[in-house]
Structure formats: C-alpha cells, structure tokens
Design a protein around this ligand. Structure first.
Ligand SMILES: Cc1cc2nc3c(=O)[nH]c(=O)nc-3n(C[C@H](O)[C@H](O)[C@H](O)COP(=O)(O)OP(=O)(O)OC[C@H]3O[C@@H](n4cnc5c(N)ncnc54)[C@H](O)[C@@H]3O)c2cc1C
Length: 461
C-alpha cells in the first residue's frame, strides 16, 4: 500500500460524505470543503428533491462501510410498486417485481446527507470546512481556491482533489479548460416543482404508503413519494412553456381548479396547494456528459459532477454511491495509488454512466405516458410472468437497474432484447378475459423460441 495521501474533497453532499468515509478507512487524511453551512448546526438546506428513491446500487455503495442498514432503519419506506392514478381518481397498483421483497425505498435527502456526514465526521482524519465556496482549481498543484467565511480567498493544496460537487461542479469547470475535454449539457423542456400531501390527523398516510404514486398525463406527470412523518412529497414534471406548463398556470385561484380536473383524488388531499404552488420554485433538469473524468491521477470528478442525469429512473444518487465504492475498490486493487486508480475508475464507469443517462431519459416517456396505457401494462404482465417462471435469464430491465448491480450498460442491452421478446409475445397472445393458467401457458409457449436471443448479463458493478 502506498503512503497515506492528503485528499481534498469538494462538496459535502451525498457522494462527498460517503467518499470521505471510504478514504478515511484507507488511512488517508481527508478534508471536505462545502459551500453551504453545517447542516448539524444550521439545518439541512437542500435545493433539490426532498426525498429520493434508494435502491440496490445505492445500498451496495453504502454497504461497503456498513451504512446501508443504518439508513434503512433510520429513514426508509419500502415502495414495492407504482400506484397509477387516472383522471377519474381510480388507482391501480403494479408491483415492480414478481419477487417478494424487491422494492425501492423512499428516503429523505436531508436525513440521508446528515447520516453520511455524521459517519464521516466520526472517522479519524476527516475534517469538514463549511461555508467554503470553491472558485477554481489549479490542476498542476493540485490546489483549490475557496472563498472562506471571512470573504477572503484561500488556496488549499493537497495530493489529490476529488470533485463531488454536483451537476454544476466547479472542479469539472476547470477540467473543461483542458485541451480535448469533451463536454455537453442538455436541459429538458420540462422542469419540476414540489408540493405536499400532509399526514392525516395522528400521522396516518392519506394514500397507500408502500408505493411510488404516479399520475401519468401523457406529456406531463405528477409523482409522490412517502415520508416517515406520514406526508407525501409530490413532484410535478411539466414543461416550462406551452400547454399544461408552468407558464400556462400562474399562481392564483386557477391552480385548485386545474388540479381538481387533472389530479382529482390528490387535490382533495392538498390543503396548502395554492400556497405551495406559489412559493416553491421550478427546478430545471439537466443531463451532463463529459470526458475524461480525471487529470493526471491527481484531480477527478464523480457523481453528478461527472454524469448528472434526469431523475426518472431514480438512479442519480444510486449511481453516485456505486461510483464511490467502485473507486474505493480500485484504490485497494492499485494499493492506494490514485495515479493508477483514477484512470481505471473512469474507464470502468463511463459507459455505464452513459447507459443510465439514456435509460433515465427514456423512462420519463414510460412514466408520464406509457404507464397509463393498457398495452404497456399488458407488456409488464408478460415480462413479470416470464421473470417469475423462467428466472434470472430474463430479469427485466427495471429490475436489473433497480434491484441488482449488473452494470448499467448490460442492463440496457438486455432491456432492448427483452422489449423485442415481449412485443412479439403480446402480438401472438391477445389480452385475455381472465389471467389464468391457459394464458400463462400460451405466453410461455410463444416466448420459448425467442428466449435464445437473450444475452446473459455480466457480474456486479
Ligand atoms: C428532482 C430530483 C429528484 C431526484 N430523485 C432521485 C432519486 O429518486 N434517486 C436517485 O438516486 N437520485 C435522484 N436524484 C439525483 C440525485 O439528487 C443526485 O444524483 C445526487 O444528489 C448526486 O450526488 P452528488 O454528491 O454527486 O451531488 P450533490 O448531492 O448535488 O452534492 C454536491 C455538493 O457539492 C456542493 N457544492 C457545489 N458547488 C460547490 C462549490 N462551488 N464549492 C463547494 N461546494 C460546492 C453542494 O452544495 C453539495 O453539497 C434526483 C435529482 C433531482 C433534481
């Protein structure tokens, strides 16, 4: 093992704090610089979603330092399926998996960040410096410039600088100035706004708690995730402009009438709808792709700083946590040598980050539009039946992404193959009057000759 290094992490968000734990346990000195105040003192100031869907990859990322169980016990609510709400207020539940126990989990962003921060702060050799705004990075040093709480600029030197500083990363901003650095950022025409369905008297949930709720409306949607206090955080995903957009519905009395028409069962559960709609900002949704992720084994980016993605697969944080554990594993493999581990890290992760970025964009269409359609729901039934009866060889894409650590790129490839099989079976076996044994036999018979074309997926992340 090469000597302990002096590592500077920019960003005490989700991945920065987890990374600090991993590096400290490998004997490195770790300083984490964060532009915001200390959430242990000032409370958590997020600016992003209030809660998040945590699934297998995020749990795997935290399990390497034993934090998965802590987070699950402290904060999680299992969501084993989606609850679809139609325009008449009728609901239908679709399990995510045919396997008992496979669920994604709603966790609070503030609670999770605090758990990770406290875990990092408890490690020997970790120091947090809050209210330090990273301004620039000197790649040659390496060193970073920060605006400190006294408004003076300070230069901080280190052996290695790791940018866990989010979608608008200043560390990546410096890398962008290096010759032949590829960079693209693409915004969706849709933005998001958060609203709330409060708990009922006594803290009861106003809707089914064990589900991710979706109101698919074609080009737009609303979703809701449960919180441990009995409330739900709802998120509108609407276009900024045009029909059914944020611009088309300014605050005011029209808001409730619109919700009563579009989301009738939710509107009645939202007593502060008008105030929330007026007060809460509209956030934008960006996909960032860049390359390379590291410079000369001394400066690197990870998490959203390397690959910000849209939230429709619930994978941004999960992917970031997977990054952290993969990087730690490569450091072990290369005996603590960042000069070897950082290039290996970007090679291992780039194709997978690109794959989940693409799948997340595709899943927006699935959630807001297809999930409300009868033919899509029929396809899901076929997919789940095949998975239940044929087994792992035909695990659906959603399950590979959310309930396994099979590389995202393999999950994407498998997903395309499965899509073709399901479409062919749906064409041959019409929707039955009842889903009985005869229907199951017909589906299996139609699928059998097609399954040979499914490629086995590779191992874990
Ligand atoms: C609406 C929405 C819903 C989402 N839902 C999900 C979900 O369900 N599941 C999921 O897995 N992911 C989800 N995500 C994605 C997830 O939020 C991100 O992928 C995740 O936060 C990335 O973690 P990170 O540590 O890379 O960046 P961040 O969590 O953004 O942390 C970056 C940190 O760097 C700090 N920082 C930034 N600039 C500076 C600077 N100049 N100087 C010092 N510090 C700085 C920030 O203050 C912050 O603390 C969602 C995102 C959005 C927008």
């Amino acid at each position: 093992m090469s000597a302990a290094k002096d590592v500077l992490i920019v960003g005490a968000g989700l991945s920065g704090c987890l990374l600090a734990v991993y590096l400290a346990r490998r004997g490195h000195r770790v300083r984490v610089y964060e532009r915001r105040g200390d959430p242990r003192v000032a409370g958590y100031v997020g600016g992003r979603s209030i809660n998040l869907a945590l699934s297998a990859r995020g749990l795997w990322g935290m399990a390497g330092v034993g934090l998965d169980r802590v987070v699950m016990e402290r904060d999680a609510i299992a969501m084993p399926g989606r609850m679809l709400h139609d325009r008449e207020g009728r609901t239908s539940f679709q399990p995510y998996s045919s396997r008992a126990g496979e669920a994604i989990n709603s966790v609070s962003r503030g609670g999770l960040n605090l758990t990770l921060l406290e875990a990092a702060a408890a490690e020997r050799g970790v120091e947090f410096l809050f209210n330090h705004w990273c301004l620039d990075v000197d790649l040659a040093g390496p060193a970073a410039w920060f605006n400190a709480p006294d408004q003076k600029n300070v230069r901080v030197e280190a052996d290695v600088i790791l940018g866990a500083d989010g979608a608008f990363s200043p560390v990546r901003g410096r890398l962008q100035k290096v010759d032949r650095f590829d960079y693209s950022q693409t915004y969706l025409r849709h933005g998001y706004k958060e609203l709330v369905i409060p708990a009922l008297a006594g803290g009861a949930f106003a809707m089914e708690r064990s589900a991710l709720h979706i109101w698919p409306r074609g080009g737009t949607m609303m979703i809701a995730l449960p919180n441990r206090d009995g409330s739900f955080t709802c998120t509108l995903f609407w276009p900024f402009e045009g029909a059914h957009s944020f611009a088309a519905l300014p605050s005011g009395p029209g808001v409730r009438a619109f919700f009563e028409r579009e989301y009738p069962d939710a509107a009645g559960l939202m007593p502060t709808l008008e105030e929330d709609y007026e007060r809460n900002p509209v956030g934008s949704l960006v996909t960032v792709r860049c390359w390379p992720w590291q410079h000369e084994g001394k400066v690197a980016v990870l998490g959203d700083a390397a690959h910000a993605i849209v939230p429709f697969y619930g994978q941004g944080m999960n992917c970031a946590f997977e990054d952290v554990r993969v990087l730690a594993g490569l450091l072990d493999e290369h005996r603590g040598d960042f000069g070897a581990a950082l290039p290996a890290f970007q090679e291992a992760r780039k194709a997978n980050a690109d794959a989940i970025a693409e799948m997340a964009l595709e899943n927006f269409v699935e959630m807001r539009d297809l999930s409300g359609r009868a033919e899509w729901q029929y396809g899901k039934r076929i997919e789940q039946l095949l998975h239940r009866t044929v087994g792992d060889a035909v695990t659906p894409r959603y399950n590979l992404v959310s309930f396994s650590t099979v590389p995202y790129a393999s999950a994407q490839r498998r997903g395309r193959e499965m899509e073709r099989v399901v479409a062919a079976v749906a064409e041959r076996v019409p929707v039955p009057a009842v889903y009985d044994g005869a229907w199951e036999r017909a589906v299996l018979e139609a699928a059998r000759p097609l399954l040979g074309g499914i490629t086995p997926v590779g191992g874990g992340a």
